[in-house]
Design a protein around this ligand. Structure first.
Ligand SMILES: NC(=O)c1ccc[n+]([C@@H]2O[C@H](COP(=O)([O-])OP(=O)(O)OC[C@H]3O[C@@H](n4cnc5c(N)ncnc54)[C@H](O)[C@@H]3O)[C@@H](O)[C@H]2O)c1
Length: 309
């Protein structure tokens, strides 16, 4: 169900802003990110349908959400166990699952896509859903490195298409980058900003430029750290210690790369270096390529720059 609200923006010019109040959310992709977004949306009172092509992944995602929420409840409602149980039940009742995106989008205010980072696959998904979703439904992609404009080009709702870039783990990380293309309407953008606020997140406004804000700054920094290590300017341990103790970063660049996943880092590096072959900031890294070729993707495989076994 969509409602339009009007509220007054305080600022230099007070003007009425319209936004769609998002109540029913369809999240496509039940992996790390999709499950995290579903958890946060369900625990802030949204009716969420989590969609994946794989039923087992969906069951695992729901189990994961329940386990995470139980831990939250134990901490947050330590002296009010009944209120905690009620919160948990309500949140879990807000989550349903489906393997048929086409049928569930018919009653949704917002589709958040968190599937594989592949332009063609994302375009095919949105192109199909565009024909089935109601006119008011907003589409958003959680892509880390692709252009929202390119993804949206497979639809006829360019004004109702934007980016919602969450960070991993979604329940913990407080930021959402909200991305407007040159065709995103003000109403859509305001709706996405408002939705992020309803999730309890802090949002920043981004243009549809490669990497938005965070990854555009983070990737060249990490690649530069890897190049320092390749040249022997510092050991990876020393570079990590230096950035943690010298800059107050919670993780050094090698620890962070292992956490993000070296396969993901390489995917972004490959895309950007192909698109900007003359920009040394995005140049290929031999060490990164070698580790990925060896299947050393970081924490998730037990080894990346460091060993985790
Ligand atoms: N992992 C991160 O740190 C991170 C952070 C921000 C954004 N992202 C972006 O979020 C997206 C998802 O990343 P992830 O790490 O959750 O990936 P993941 O591999 O954990 O999950 C992707 C899920 O999508 C499902 N899927 C694939 N194609 C589908 C389709 N056509 N329809 C329905 N489901 C489909 C897969 O079965 C899988 O469960 C990517 O675009 C990625 O760039 C990732």
């Amino acid at each position: 169900m969509a409602f339009f609200t009007h509220h007054i923006c305080r600022g230099l010019s007070s003007s009425a802003v319209r936004h769609v109040v998002i109540q029913n959310v369809t999240i496509i992709g039940g992996g790390q990110m999709g499950a995290g977004i579903a958890q946060v949306a369900a625990s802030t009172g949204h009716a969420v349908t989590l969609v994946d092509t794989n039923e087992d992944i969906l069951k695992k995602a729901v189990k994961g959400i329940e386990g995470n929420l139980k831990r939250v409840v134990k901490k947050k409602f330590a002296d009010k166990p009944e209120a905690g149980e009620e919160f948990l039940q309500k949140a879990m009742q807000n989550v349903s699952i489906s393997t048929d995106a086409g049928s569930v989008v018919q009653g949704t205010d917002l589709v958040v896509e968190a599937i594989v980072e592949n332009l063609k696959v994302k375009q095919d998904l949105f192109g199909g859903l565009d024909k089935l979703a109601p006119a008011h439904t907003i589409f958003a992609s959680n892509t880390s490195s692709l252009s929202i404009t390119d993804i949206a080009s497979s639809t006829n709702r360019l004004d109702r298409f934007g980016g919602l870039h969450f960070f991993n783990p979604v329940p913990v990380m407080r930021l959402v980058e909200v991305i407007a293309t040159s065709s995103t309407s003000q109403e859509t953008f305001d709706s996405l900003l408002n939705f992020s606020k309803m999730l309890g997140k802090t949002s920043v406004s981004c243009k549809d430029t490669p990497g938005f804000i965070v990854n555009r700054l983070l990737l060249p920094y990490i690649l530069d750290a890897v190049r320092m290590y390749e040249r022997g300017d510092g050991s990876k341990e020393d570079i990590d210690i230096a950035m943690k103790l010298g800059c107050g970063y919670p993780m050094g660049p090698f620890e962070l790369s292992d956490y993000v996943g070296l396969d993901t880092m390489k995917f972004i590096m490959d895309g950007w270096s192909a698109a900007n072959p003359d920009n040394p900031m995005f140049a290929q890294s031999e060490v990164l390529n070698k580790l990925v070729a060896e299947g050393k993707f970081g924490k998730k495989t037990g080894e990346g720059f460091y060993k985790y076994k």
